[in-house]
Each structure stands twice: as C-alpha cells, then as structure tokens.
Design a protein around this ligand. Structure first.
Ligand code: ADP
Ligand code: MG
Length: 163
C-alpha cells in the first residue's frame, strides 16, 4: 500500500480496525478526525449501541472540538466548532427522507466543514458519491470497524489513516 499501488487498487482500499473498549474507539475516532478535510462526509452504519456516537466523539476530538456534548434531543443536526466546523447528523429519529431534505442537508455536505452521519443508511441515496463509509459491528466489548472510501477525496483520507 506504499507507492506502487495502482489507481484501481487505491479506489478499493479499505481499512479494518478493531477495538476492545469505548476509549479505544474514541482514540480511533480521534485519528480519523485528524485526517479529515473540509467537505468530507463520514457515513456511520451500525445498529443501536454499535459505537457510532462514541466514534463521533473521538472524531470531534481529532477535529479539536472542545467537548461534543450530545444530549438526547429530537434535533437531527448538531453543529460544533473545531479546527473545522463539524456537522453531526444523528438520524436515529428520522422517519422520512423528506425530513432531512427540509433541513437543507446539502448545504452541510458541501459546506466548509465535515459532516458525520449516524444511521447513514437511512439517507443512502442522498449521500454524495464520494464519502467515507464506516461500518461497525461486534459483540460484548469488541468492535470491528470497516472503513471504505467511495471516491478520491475519501480515499485520500483513508490513505493518510493507513500510512
Ligand atoms: P450508537 O451511537 O451506535 O448507538 P453508542 O456509541 O452510543 O452507540 O454506544 C456504544 C455502547 O457500547 C456504549 O454503551 C459503550 O460503552 C459500549 N461499548 C462497549 N465496547 C465498546 C467499544 N469497543 N467501542 C464502542 N463502544 C463500546
Ligand atoms: Mg448514537
């Protein structure tokens, strides 16, 4: 995966990570956050309790957000200020795709910040072609993370992460 990887191989590069406790997941998130750039959309997929919010907290920390306070509210979009603006979509309570269209989601995706989407599968058809998909699975305290780049920008993030 160093220098002689072809473009085709690069496009399909995915990164696997395992954690065994929430703190480790936050640290993984932090390393992802440090690698992010403006305009990247991070799509988190995994069932309730998988660790999406835990990872998001770490990502926010890696983006120098002082403290990602995540109170359980009906707000779908939370905005934070770090070294970049951080838009955190928590779509757990999203019932219809129109709800997120009404909130002007595109302005976030193409804005100056990074967007992190929990329950991204609910808006799969709205996600930009190029996004960083992170699937989380596991049981007990073990978690498997599969990071998949779907375009050149997300690929650059993954390459940085894997370096
Ligand atoms: P989600 O946002 O996907 O619903 P949360 O991050 O809110 O999930 O919750 C994850 C839960 O799983 C927390 O209670 C956390 O303590 C627990 N947990 C146990 N092991 C891990 C791990 N390795 N990574 C993340 N969370 C873990
Ligand atoms: Mg959550």
């Amino acid at each position: 995966m160093r220098s002689r990887t072809s473009n085709a191989e690069r496009r399909t590069l995915n990164v696997e990570r395992k954690t065994t406790n929430p703190e480790e997941t936050e640290r993984l998130g932090e390393s992802i956050g440090r690698a992010l750039e403006p305009g990247i959309v991070v799509a988190l997929i995994g069932e309730l309790g998988a660790g999406k919010t835990t990872l998001t907290k770490g990502i926010a920390r890696g983006l120098d957000v002082p403290d990602l306070v995540h109170s359980p509210t009906f707000t779908l979009i939370h905005e934070h200020k770090g070294r970049l603006p951080v838009y955190h979509f928590d779509l757990y309570r999203l019932d219809t795709i129109e709800q997120i269209e009404d909130l002007g989601y595109e302005d976030y995706f193409h804005g100056p910040g990074v967007t992190i989407v929990e329950w991204a599968e609910k808006i799969q058809s709205l996600l930009p072609d190029d996004h960083l998909e992170i699937r989380i699975s596991g049981e007990d305290d073990a978690r498997d993370f599969t990071l998949l780049a779907t375009g050149p920008n997300s690929q650059r993030i993954l390459s940085r992460l894997a370096a």
